[in-house]
Design a protein around this ligand. Structure first.
Ligand code: SF4
Length: 480
């Protein structure tokens, strides 16, 4: 599964906002590696630079030096709606009678077709195939009809159904907005002294840490927050009633382990799910290893609870970007291991518990098990720090269709045989939620149980729910 976008913004007069945004996007690189972009506002004008590739490939010091200003909006993209092309890179920048604005979006709309019909007034100029551009067009049209920025943004948001964490920059204000379910995260913090009135908005708290900004609060589900230059406090209001259903997979896997949710780092949360996993599915073994990076904290937690020694049994190459030249099938069969390499010195002769965050298709897990055996492991016991993934995501994560999800097709016994492991166990849904120290009804857990919190059109649901009798019927059943 792939993340779908990181958003970032800095509002700070007399600061190098483009450089600061570059570092912010750098810290959010895990959320999207296809394209990156920054729009900077300076004296009523906006300058946009975006391209395909990693943040460090898209920007260099010369580009950033040509982007002075007081407000920057940035984006890292992994495509969910719209293909991987430079025209789909963000931020989206549009002009209005009030001046330009720049929008960056994390999430996915489930009524994009309906919204496209709505904004297609004959004059609308579509330059991309993304749902994010549709949100921007809806804002532009509302402004052109005479609304000010905030009412225009509220009106456009009310037309959207799905997951959307947005940052929107104008010449004199920065807006941060989250959908009523708060599916994707969004936080804000202060840069420098409180008296400076400098503000930062980021998908995750790691984006605040990297530039020394202090965390102030989450943008709450259903909230719109307005920051103006030099304001000592932002203006906060709800644009829609909240019914919080945050994506639980953000905590298990997607977000960075040093990012903080509910007042603690995800590293601590992931250790705790490892402990719970050890209680739920103990096994006799000599060694616990984690699949780097996201499986490591859970493996440490499993080790702490079970008393089985933890070791690094797999080494990861962290520098495999989206533009990496994939080896051919023949090369793969010859044993090219691009991302993970096992350590025979550690594994030989050992009964190994291997902790991973999820199994999606099972292809990677099967290869991994074989690699561990080739490295000398005498037994391989797989433990998964999430429940079985049986349903696809429609809210901003690029998942397979349901028929490709191994846990939607096979029983745990069948998956055990398919992966050729000595034993296999998943974390229970109750354990996953218990570890979060938040109420279970505050989470979206749809990929584990099909209980989709946001209703969607049949054309959307049937695009991925291949094994359900009817996508919409399944969604309605889950919501009943
Ligand atoms: S369906 Fe799964 S990945 Fe998508 S928002 Fe819900 S919990 Fe997250």
């Amino acid at each position: 599964m792939e993340e779908a976008c990181g958003v970032y913004a800095v509002l700070a007069a007399d600061q190098p906002v483009a450089n600061l945004t570059y570092f912010g996007l750098y810290s959010l690189q895990h959320r999207g590696q296809e394209s990156a972009g920054i729009a900077v506002f300076n004296q009523g004008k906006v300058r946009l630079h975006k391209d395909m590739g990693l943040v460090s490939q898209v920007f260099d010091q010369d580009v950033l030096a040509r982007m002075p200003g007081h407000l920057a909006v940035g984006h890292n993209r992994y495509s969910t709606t719209g293909s991987s092309r430079v025209c789909n890179a963000q931020p989206v920048v549009l002009m209005t009678r009030l001046g330009p604005f720049a929008l960056a979006h994390n999430g996915n709309l489930v009524n994009a077709a309906e919204l496209r019909e709505r904004v297609d007034d004959g004059a609308a100029e579509f330059t991309s195939t993304t749902d994010s551009e549709l949100i921007a067009l809806a804002i532009q049209q509302a402004v052109e009809r005479g609304l000010d920025w905030e009412p225009a943004i509220r009106e456009a948001a009310a037309l959207c159904r799905g997951a959307f964490s947005l940052v929107i920059g104008t010449s004199d204000a920065l807006f941060a907005l989250r959908d009523g379910y708060g599916i994707r995260p969004l936080v804000f913090g202060r840069l420098g002294e409180a008296a400076d009135g400098h503000w930062v908005v980021s998908s995750e708290t790691c984006g605040l840490d990297i530039i020394g900004a202090s965390y102030e609060d989450d943008v709450k589900p259903g909230e719109i927050v307005r920051f103006c230059c030099g304001d000592l406090e932002p203006k906060r209001d709800h644009w829609v009633e909240a019914s919080t259903r945050m994506c639980v997979f953000e905590m298990i896997y997607f977000a960075r382990p040093d990012s903080r949710f509910f007042g603690e780092s995800l590293y601590s949360y992931r250790q705790r799910i490892g402990r719970i996993l050890a209680k739920e599915s103990a096994v006799e073994a000599d060694l616990v290893i984690g699949v780097p990076d996201s499986g490591i904290p859970a493996a440490i937690g499993y080790s702490q609870e079970s008393g089985i020694a933890f070791a690094d049994g797999l080494i990861k190459n962290r520098y495999v970007g989206r533009t990496f030249i994939q080896p051919t099938q023949a090369m793969r069969e010859a044993g090219i291991r691009v991302k993970l390499n096992p350590l025979p010195d550690v594994l030989a002769g050992k009964r190994v518990v291997v902790i991973d965050d999820s199994i999606v298709r099972g292809t990677t897990s099967r290869k991994l098990v074989q690699a561990l055996r080739d490295a000398g492991a005498t037994e391989v016991h797989m433990r998964i720090s999430s429940p079985p993934v049986t349903h696809p995501c429609f809210y901003g994560i690029d998942t397979d269709t349901q028929d490709q999800l191994i846990a939607a097709r096979l029983t745990i016994e069948e998956i055990t045989a398919h992966l050729k492991v000595d034993s296999l166990a998943y974390l229970s849904k109750e354990g996953m939620v218990e570890a979060a120290k938040a109420k279970s009804e505050h989470f979206c857990t749809a990929c584990f149980d099909g209980a989709y919190p946001i209703p969607m059109d049949q054309s959307v649901s049937s695009s991925k729910l291949m094994l359900e009798p009817s996508g919409v019927a399944a969604v309605n059943r889950a919501q009943a």
